[in-house]
Design a binder for this molecule. Structure first.
Ligand code: RIB
Ligand code: CA
Length: 310
C-alpha cells in the first residue's frame, strides 16, 4: 500500500514512522512535517533521523505548516515528547542535508500513484492546505486516515478536546468535508494502544535492527511523562501508531460510520461530535470513527514489525 504521512514527530509519530518503514505491506512515498508536538524544523530533523537509521534517505521530506490557519502561534509539548521531540535522543539540528522539498511537489506524487492513502498524524493544517491548493489532485487520494478527536470520552489537551483537532479545528473540518473517505482513530481507541516499559525492553532485546537503541529511551521517556499526567498509568499510548496499524488491519478495527463535526471556537473548541443517539452506522456517511480494536493482535503484530530487519 502506498502511503504519504503527514506528521509532527513527536514520540508516537516516530514509532509510527518506524512501523510504516519496517512494514512489508507499506511503501512510504513521502513524509510531510509540520508544527505540533514540536516546531516544524525539529519535526523534519526527527523524521530525517528516523530515515537515516532506516537507510531510507531516498524518501522525500516535505515542508509543512508552522501554525494553524487561525494565525495563533503554536504551543509545543516538551513535557510529553522532550525538548527536541523524541525524548532524550539528540538529533543533529541542521536540517540542510535533508533537502526539504516544497509542499506542492506532493501533487506530482499523487498524480503518479493511484490508490494512494494519506495518514495525518498531527494538526490538520498542512493537509487542509493541500486541498486549498489543488483540490483536483487531492480528489485522487483514496482515503484519509486521521489521528484526531474524542467521542463521548475526555480529551487530552482540554477536558473535552483531543490535541490534533484542538490545534486547528477549522482545518480538521475541511478534511472532513473534502476527503473522499475519512477514517478517524480518536482517543477512544488510541488511549488504549499502550506499550508498557516491559514491552519496550522486549522490543530492544529481540531485535538487531537499526532502531534497537532508541526503543527503550524514547518509550521510557514517554511512559514517565504519562505517569506524571495520569498517576498509576503503566506505560503510554501510541496514538499515531494505531492510526498506521489501522490502515493495514481494517478488519481488526471496529468502525461506526457517522457524520463528524468539530467545534471551531469557544470553550469547547476542538470537541468532535457525531449523532450517537443510535449506534447504527449511517450508510450515507463517508466518515468512519474507530471505536474499538483488537489490542492483543495490535501488540503481537506491532512487535513483529518493530523487530524486523530492514
Ligand atoms: O492527541 C494525540 C496526538 O497529538 C498525537 O498525534 C500526538 O503525536 C500529538 O500530535
Ligand atoms: Ca502526532
Amino acid at each position: 500500500m502506498k502511503l504519504l504521512i503527514f506528521c509532527d514527530p513527536g514520540i508516537d509519530d516516530a514509532i509510527a514512522l518506524i512501523y510504516a518503514l519496517l512494514h512489508p505491506e507499506i511503501e512510504v512515498l513521502g513524509i510531510v512535517c509540520s508544527y505540533g508536538n514540536v516546531d516544524k524544523i525539529t519535526a523534519a530533523n526527527n523524521a530525517g533521523h528516523i530515515l537515516q537509521l532506516a537507510g531510507r534517505m531516498d524518501i522525500p521530506i516535505f515542508n509543512g505548516a508552522e501554525m494553524p490557519v487561525s494565525g495563533e502561534l503554536a504551543i509545543f509539548y516538551p513535557e510529553i515528547h522532550g525538548e527536541d521531540g523524541i525524548g532524550p535522543i539528540k538529533v543533529e539540528k541542521n536540517a540542510n542535508h535533508l533537502r526539504i522539498r516544497n509542499l506542492s511537489e506532493i501533487f506530482e506524487l499523487i498524480e503518479k500513484n493511484n490508490d494512494l492513502v494519506i495518514a495525518d498524524l498531527g494538526r490538520s493544517t498542512t493537509l487542509a492546505a493541500c486541498f486549498l491548493l489543488n483540490r483536483k489532485a487531492m480528489s485522487k487520494v483514496k482515503e484519509l486516515h486521521i489521528m484526531g478527536g474524542a467521542f463521548m470520552v475526555p480529551g487530552n489537551v482540554t477536558p473535552i478536546a483531543e490535541a490534533n483537532f484542538h490545534g486547528d479545528p477549522t482545518s480538521a473540518n475541511l478534511l472532513l468535508a473534502h476527503g473522499n473517505k475519512v477514517f478517524l482513530t480518536p482517543l477512544n481507541v488510541t488511549q488504549k494502544a499502550i506499550f508498557t516499559y516491559e514491552y519496550a525492553e522486549s522490543l530492544r532485546y529481540n531485535t538487531k535492527n537499526k532502531f534497537k537503541e532508541i526503543y527503550i529511551p524514547i518509550i521510557r521517556y514517554y511512559a514517565n511523562a504519562y505517569a506524571k499526567m495520569i498517576p498509576g498509568m503503566d506505560g503510554a499510548p501510541f496514538h499515531d501508531l494505531l492510526t498506521i496499524y489501522s490502515i493495514v488491519h481494517p478488519k481488526k478495527m471496529h468502525y461506526l460510520a457517522k457524520k463528524v463535526h468539530v467545534v471551531v471556537e469557544g470553550k469547547t473548541r476542538g470537541k468532535s461530535f457525531a449523532d450517537f443517539r443510535n449506534m447504527d452506522s449511517d450508510p450515507d456517511s463517508k466518515h468512519h470513527i474507530a471505536l474499538g480494536f483488537d489490542y492483543d493482535h495490535f501488540l503481537k503484530e506491532v512487535f513483529q514489525v518493530l523487530t524486523r530487519q530492514m
